[in-house]
Design a protein. Structure first.
Length: 351
């Protein structure tokens, strides 16, 4: 059941390009290691264990709303959460102290046609009940304060982990595009089917907006995007059209591909910091825009950070259809006070 209180929340209005009294702000990875409260939870449970506990999902998803006053919550989960149900042996390695982050590892990556054929499409209610129970638990905790964003990974981004076996670049997957284009399409079709069933189930469980994390489109040429990725992304947008749930397409490195992304049927395009936001706006006419602060600015001093926040708001915030966000996720060493000051600066701005 959708909580009626948040239906007209300013985040949803901004997604629909309706006028708002102030600009909504949320941040990718707003629940994460930069928060002492998140680190305390992670001292007791592993990442996947956390993603499989509805109670902890609700607690962790709601904590940045309580701590910083963000205008939307995002389901705490991962874009690779369904890979075990598809037949892939996924683990997250523990990051060594001081030596960077732990990352996903897949023990049996997808390398051949028969590997692709063996992939199963998950049944969310059976295979991912904790995600759907998590959404229901989040909605109880949020009690209509802010809308909840559900999400999946895009087929190219999920394939990059499924094929490479971890965060190891794109060479094997890109080689597959040229060596076995039919196989690559078959893989993307399956990952797209898996994305669609998860989004439908998340919406059914109470997600009020959805974001597709197709993070690595910037790796591909225009030709390859148009042949291998855009048709699948368009099918995802189409599959969840007409449900009253805004669809956000997120990627990075796409400054030269925004016009193509704008034609895929999404309501909101999320852009990174590589393009001035006003230029991005001109390339996605008729759509809402999300972004585009460089998350690294949150690591630096307050003055240039807030000057940039205000410049982005001046450039993007006077037209309806704008959501303040980062160009990519919050980085773990980010000081909480900079997050708080950024949210306050966005809330102080009047369109
Ligand atoms: O925005 C959100 O906070 C929602 C939850 C979310 C997570 N990951 C939590 C997470 C979302 C939407 C993701 C997306 C995701 N996951 C992407 C695409 C978005 C992006 O950032 O480009 C990718 C490529 C993944 C796969 C993944 N998960 C990697 C490569 C890693 C390791 C790198 C890292 O940041 O640690 C993860 C782990 C992960 N996913 C963490 C979180 C909070 C850190 C886990 C921990 O150690 O506590």
């Amino acid at each position: 059941m959708r909580p009626p209180m948040s239906h007209d929340h300013l985040f949803l209005k901004a997604c629909r390009r309706q006028p708002v009294e102030r600009i909504p702000v949320w941040m990718m990875r707003q629940a994460g290691r930069y928060q002492p409260s998140y680190r305390a939870v992670r001292e007791k449970v592993g990442f996947l264990e956390l993603c499989r506990s509805p109670e902890l999902i609700a607690q962790v998803t709601a904590s940045p709303i309580d701590e910083f006053g963000f205008d939307a919550a995002i389901l705490f989960s991962d874009i690779l959460i369904h890979l075990p149900a598809m037949g892939l042996d996924l683990t997250f390695e523990k990051g060594e102290k001081g030596k960077g982050d732990g990352g996903p590892k897949i023990a049996n990556p997808v390398r051949t046609r028969s590997d692709i054929e063996a992939l199963r499409i998950p049944e969310p209610a059976r295979d991912l009940p904790y995600v759907l129970d998590g959404i229901r638990a989040i909605q109880r905790v949020l009690a209509g304060r802010v809308p909840l964003i559900g999400f999946v990974g895009g087929p190219f981004t999920v394939a990059s982990y499924a094929v490479e076996g971890g965060s190891q670049g794109f060479t094997r997957l890109k080689t597959m595009l040229y060596a076995d284009p039919m196989g690559a399409h078959a893989l993307f079709r399956k990952l797209t089917d898996a994305a669609i069933v998860q989004l439908q189930a998340q919406i059914e469980a109470g997600a009020q907006a959805v974001q597709i994390f197709e993070s690595w489109l910037g790796e591909l040429s225009r030709e390859d995007l148009e042949e291998f990725v855009f048709p699948h992304l368009a099918r995802i947008a189409e599959a969840v059209a007409g449900k009253g749930v805004p669809r956000i397409l997120f990627s990075t490195g796409t400054s030269t591909h925004l016009a193509g992304m704008a034609r895929l049927g999404y309501d909101v395009i999320s852009v990174d910091w590589r393009i001035p936001i006003a230029e991005a706006r001109a390339q996605v006419p008729g759509l809402a825009l999300q972004g585009n602060l460089d998350s690294t600015m949150l690591l630096g001093p307050r003055e240039p950070l807030l000057a940039r926040v205000r410049a982005i708001l001046e450039a993007a915030g006077h037209q309806p259809g704008y959501i303040f966000n980062l160009g990519h996720g919050i980085q773990p060493p980010t000081p909480s006070e900079n997050v708080r000051a950024t949210v306050e600066a966005v809330h102080a701005f009047r369109p």
